[in-house]
Design a protein around this ligand. Structure first.
Ligand code: ARG
Length: 496
């Protein structure tokens, strides 16, 4: 055994030291250090399990649990000149999701342990420093393959919970904004061409619907992944008669995973998280893109909140939509994480392969990216101020009531295909004479069809144009009011 390998978790069969560059390159400690709280929790659960199997006495278990509790503090103390102890304690005390992120911001800990391979190794080394050789019993009946699978599940579960609370806050801000908008209108678009008037609230509720689906996607993924790999061993199951339910329960899992080969090599829970994050990113990105357009002089619908914009160093008049642009950019990054994981897993034979180590950083990055987006998005959304007058003018001109007008004719018994044609002719007439449909004299309309009568004008007002969409999910004012009340109720009842 070489000297340098002596502290490793696998030194026995090796005679030669590792190539130094290779050693540093293959180590994951610099990024998996953020799994420390999960590694400690999982190790405590494992200790209970092996104690129940008679590997540890009650006293040894107590010493082991106490020692494991001290590991984060010991790590902090060792790297204290680099470490923000208060930030960690505060995050931990509040059970703030992702307290482990505090560690990843502390390159000091990693720098102090150049020969530590990964978080599992680090905990063993640190625990040995605290409780002595008893620490070496902790690895009885377990493998790093199940440990990393467990730590990652704990990380993803926490990230899902953080994402769901962030998403709920964004949904709340959208519903608040929709309520504030009242009956204010805007043009809707298909093909990016003005289509029909809608309530601003209706448009905002479209994003509420997307966000609610996103929440269900994360909840669904969480249910599927909430099983505990501990006891799966390296590949074929633990070599001790462990009661796997002990660890599962201690870690808040719904039960043990059903197959050891799957449990140690599967990462689809992580893939699902990044995929759900990508879909969420797409939704937020579409919102951001719409706002970016609305904030242009060409649209003139939106005053960008100054608190979320920046200026140009060259052009003094500029107010740039940095927030919405970056949101679009970040969503690309989320897709990148999901893609990395999918490609990583695709060709892997069962069970554990070291390639899987490469799957950690994309998950961390997706979790950080989505958390940071959702931390700002609700406040940004609340700060939006729409130019209602401009939006109304855009909704009320340019023949956006043509479909309502055709519906008027079809209500008079004219087949819609014909009605469409007649209103098309009326629009042409309007374009030629610079008049809206409501400004064309009845006599001229009657030349196009005798079905036009005085009540036509009431059927093409802005209000009538909205209210004729009187179906579930339509933009008729009473329907939107109902939808808004229902969304608000779901939020208050915690159903969102
Ligand atoms: N750092 C490793 C990873 O992230 C832990 C598992 C190592 N297992 C092994 N057999 N080398 O995947």
């Amino acid at each position: 055994m070489s000297e340098q390998n002596a502290t490793k978790m696998w030194s026995g069969r090796f005679r030669e030291p590792l190539n130094q560059a290779f050693e540093a390159w293959q180590a994951s400690f610099r990024f998996d250090v953020r799994l420390l709280p999960h590694e400690v929790a999982a190790s405590r659960a494992h200790a209970r399990m092996i104690a129940a199997a008679g590997i540890l006495t009650e006293d040894e278990l107590a010493t082991m649990l106490d020692g494991l509790n001290q590991v984060p503090r010991a790590a902090i103390a060792a790297g204290s000149s680099f470490f923000n102890l208060e930030a960690y304690s505060e995050a931990h005390a509040k059970h703030r999701p992702n307290a482990g992120a505090v560690f990843s911001a502390q390159p000091g800990i990693v720098a102090l342990h150049p020969h530590v391979e990964d978080i599992h190794h680090f905990v063993e080394v640190t625990l040995t420093g605290i409780i002595g050789d008893l620490a070496l019993k902790l690895h009885t009946g377990r493998s790093r393959n199940e440990q990393i699978a467990t730590d990652m599940r704990l990380f993803v579960r926490e990230a899902i919970d953080t994402t769901i609370s962030g998403l709920t806050r964004w949904t709340q801000s959208l519903v608040d904004l929709a309520e504030q908008a009242g009956e204010a209108v805007m043009p809707s678009y298909t093909h990016l061409q003005r289509a029909e008037p809608v309530l601003i609230a209706h448009w905002l509720l479209a994003y509420v619907a997307m966000a609610e689906r996103d929440i269900t996607r994360f909840r669904d993924a969480r249910k599927r992944m909430n099983l505990c790999p501990l006891g799966s061993g390296a590949i074929a199951g633990a070599t001790l008669p462990l009661d796997r339910t002990i660890a599962a329960e201690a870690l808040g899992f719904d039960g043990p995973t059903p197959n050891s080969m799957d449990a140690t090599s599967d990462r689809d829970f992580a893939l699902e998280f990044t995929q759900a994050a990508s879909v969420l990113g797409l939704h937020i990105s579409r919102f951001a893109e719409e706002l970016t357009l609305q904030a242009t002089a060409e649209y003139g619908f939106l005053d960008l909140p100054e608190a979320f914009s920046t200026g140009s160093s060259a052009m003094p008049q500029k107010k740039n939509p940095d927030f919405t642009e970056l949101i679009r950019g970040k969503s690309a990054r989320l897709i990148g994480s999901a893609t990395t994981l999918a490609v990583l897993i695709k060709g892997l034979p069962l069970a554990y392969n070291k390639d899987l180590q490469e799957g950690q950083e994309p998950v961390f990055d997706a979790a950080d990216t989505i958390a940071a987006m959702l931390a700002i998005l609700p406040e940004f959304t609340r700060a939006l101020t729409f130019r209602h007058a401009q939006m109304k003018t855009a909704a009320d001109t340019g023949y956006l009531n043509a479909m309502a007008a055709a519906t008027y004719l079809s209500n008079k018994g004219i087949p819609f295909r014909k009605a469409h044609e007649i209103i098309g002719n009326a629009v042409r007439l309007g374009l030629e004479t610079h008049r809206e449909l409501s400004e064309i004299p009845l006599a001229d309309l009657q030349q196009l069809s005798p079905a036009f009568a005085e009540d036509f004008y009431a059927s093409v007002t802005l209000e009538a144009t909205l209210d004729c969409h009187d179906v579930i999910g339509g933009t008729a004012r009473p329907r939107v009011a109902q939808a808004l009340t229902a969304a608000r109720a779901r939020l208050t009842e915690g159903l969102v």
